[in-house]
Design a protein around this ligand. Structure first.
Ligand code: SF4
Ligand code: ZN
Length: 332
């Protein structure tokens, strides 16, 4: 009697496969899935010159699958590269019922890795949690979406914390799905300047307070990052989603791209490849070169007189809250 469809075999060794790459039709056993995954990420690091011989790498961690997979991968690499040291920055936005659980998960995983880390919270840094900021914004009728505050304040804190921890580079866990979504979102809002700053390695402009950003997983599909995390016991099987995700245009684009990928395997990867090919042109035309400016209020890097984080704080009326330090320009 047939027991149903035969289990697929690994295209490399013939062992039982655990993953099939629908775009290529190739199947992989656990060992060859992990080998291929890590080889791709290492190749990204090499091809884009993401890391030099000596680096202090700060990994931006939320406690979810992507950031823990990146932390684990870089931690593993650093064991074989004595010039590389890994630290983690955990951002606590203050999202009740959600972020506490992912931070707990980070601590569970890190008990194994022992990576030095720092938790930076919106509450301590700005005086308010993201939940409180969203309430204040809606009372003032500002019409700013939760993810806009979350993204701007998170990037701001990650850069500042990475610098304060002496990091030479900040590693961000964006995967191919994130990149494809961001590509379409920025095309849809005609924000090509933002697209030009994206990419495997952050844009061409520099600032003494800006920590270079790298994205070693930028062309690896989200489901492969999730499987890598699962195989290394980095995530709780229970699904945990941010309550604000539904307000995000990214959420809609994500659904649309997943449907397209189902019908046309490889569609997302092609979008990421197109973005990579367009990047030199976008940077040439839309990215600032040389030194970027400094925010007149907080002294952090900014392409405008006042950075986006300070603009939001001004609008919310919370500029003098928290640990904000006013920037005093050096005397000339
Ligand atoms: Fe922040 Fe939006 Fe992501 Fe929630 S869904 S963590 S609010 S960016
Ligand atoms: Zn500022």
């Amino acid at each position: 009697m047939s027991l149903g469809r035969a289990l697929p075999q690994c295209s490399v060794c013939g062992e039982r496969a655990i993953y099939i790459d629908r775009a290529s039709g190739r199947a992989y056993c656990r060992r060859h899935f992990v080998e291929r995954f890590e080889a791709r990420a290492k190749e990204n690091i090499r091809r884009h010159g993401m890391l030099g011989k000596r680096e202090r790498i700060a990994v931006g961690v939320s406690g979810g699958k992507d950031s823990l997979a990146l932390l684990y991968f870089l931690w593993k690499l650093s064991k074989r590269n004595p010039g590389w040291e890994v630290v983690a920055i955990v951002v606590d936005e203050g999202i009740a019922g959600y972020r506490e659980r992912t931070i707990e998960n980070f601590k569970r995983v890190n008990a194994r890795l022992g990576v030095p880390y720092r938790v930076v919270s919106f509450k301590e840094s700005f005086g308010y949690t993201l939940d409180e900021i969203i309430r204040m914004s809606s009372e003032r009728g500002l019409g700013v979406l939760p993810c806009a505050y979350c993204g701007v304040f998170r990037r701001y804190l990650l850069n500042r914390a990475a610098r304060e921890m002496g990091a030479t580079v900040l590693a961000i866990a964006h995967n191919a799905d994130d990149m494809a979504q961001t590509f379409l979102m920025n095309l849809g809002s005609a924000t090509l300047e933002r697209l030009a700053r994206l990419g495997p390695v952050s844009g061409v402009a520099s600032h003494e307070k800006f920590v270079r950003r790298i994205r070693p997983f930028y062309n690896i599909p989200e489901k492969e990052v999730a499987l890598y995390a699962l195989l290394h016991d980095l995530i709780e099987p229970e699904y945990n989603q941010c309550p604000y995700v539904v307000y995000n245009v990214r959420h809609k684009i994500r659904g649309m791209l997943n449907r397209l990928e189902d019908d046309f395997p490889g569609f997302k990867a092609s979008l990421v490849r197109s973005f990579e090919r367009l990047l030199p042109v976008l940077r040439e035309r839309f990215a600032p070169r040389g030194e970027i400016g400094t925010c007149k209020i907080c002294g952090e890097p900014s392409s405008h007189d006042v950075c986006r984080a300070c603009t939001y704080r001004l609008q919310l009326g919370i500029l003098d809250s928290g640990l904000l330090r006013f920037h005093v320009p050096a005397k000339t």
